[in-house]
Write a protein that binds this ligand. Structure first.
Ligand code: ATP
Length: 266
């Protein structure tokens, strides 16, 4: 069966501003199954976001293929939701209007869009905050709005680019737990880019380690920790520590290469 998302020998080059080309990712092979939670880790600047942008259709590959649902990605595929580090909310609109905006844009009637938005606002734990504005919410609450805003569209693929990295440690753990709870009932595949290996392990079914720039897939690790998971308890378990050591020994070599600036020839 064809995986939901498939990258084959996917390469992306960008103009480097000096008349040449910079290879951001090279020959990336990656399969993601329906409903699977995959975390992508790698050194800073190696090409993780670029990989997401190819899946999202925001960027075409320079070479190789990217398919979603068996179809070559051309433009933004249906059923894809995004969540980035920065919020994508309009400050002059209420929580309700922000969450309802996606369904309205997709052609749903205003009343039905608002009904669904209310439902998702409650599911993310913000019942009663429908008429608040962004500046009245804490960082964690804004992330909850962002989750509602994405999940209200019922995506089959959720692309998340360091969505929690700006949060304090405790709020971050809370949001990781919330994400797992919401994802468990959604059936969506998640591709979650993070710098934080602990975060990758507590969330994912599989962790993909990318090489220093230009990124290739170096190794993939199955995370055989049972679900449902309690993210804060999990970090101190033997199973977690073992898989952390295993993945870190692969990732740390790439981090060292990136730190030393030994960028591989593009
Ligand atoms: N639109 C673009 N135009 C030119 N260069 C780009 C563009 N997008 C990304 N790059 C370059 O491609 C390389 C990979 O960037 P990318 O953002 O994918 O890395 P990353 O692993 O997500 O980084 P980080 O870990 O810092 O978030 C970088 O050198 C970046 O400068």
């Amino acid at each position: 069966m064809t995986p939901l998302v498939q990258l084959r020998q996917a390469t992306k080059r960008f103009p480097n501003g000096r008349g040449g080309l910079h290879t951001a990712i090279r020959d990336v092979d990656l399969d993601i199954g329906a409903g699977e939670f995959v975390a992508v880790v790698g050194p800073t600047g190696c090409g993780k976001s670029t990989t997401l942008s190819l899946i999202s259709g925001l960027q075409p590959p320079s070479a190789g293929t990217v398919t979603v649902g068996g179809d070559q990605v051309q433009g933004i595929p249906g059923g894809v939701g995004y969540m980035f580090q920065s919020d994508a909310m309009l400050p002059w609109r209420s929580v309700l209007a922000n969450v309802a905006a996606g369904p309205v844009w997709r052609g749903l009637g205003k009343d039905e869009a608002r009904r669904r938005a209310r439902d998702w606002i409650a599911r993310v734990g913000l019942d009663g905050f429908e008429n608040y504005y962004m500046h009245q919410l804490s960082g964690g609450m804004r992330k909850r709005v962002a989750l509602a805003q994405t999940l209200v569209n019922e995506p089959s693929i959720l692309l998340m680019d360091e969505p929690f990295s700006a949060l304090d440690v405790q709020t971050r753990a809370l949001m990781q737990q919330e994400l797992l709870r919401l994802w468990a009932g959604s059936g969506a595949a998640v591709v979650f880019v993070t710098h934080d290996l602990e975060e990758a392990i507590v969330l994912a079914d599989r962790v993909v380690v990318m090489t220093a720039s230009p990124a290739r897939v170096k190794a993939t690790f199955d995370v055989r920790l049972t679900r449902p998971r309690e993210v804060e308890d999990l970090r101190t378990t033997t199973g977690f520590i073992e898989i952390y050591r295993e993945i870190w020994s692969s990732l740390s070599a790439e981090v060292d290469i990136a730190r030393k600036g030994q960028t591989r020839a593009a």
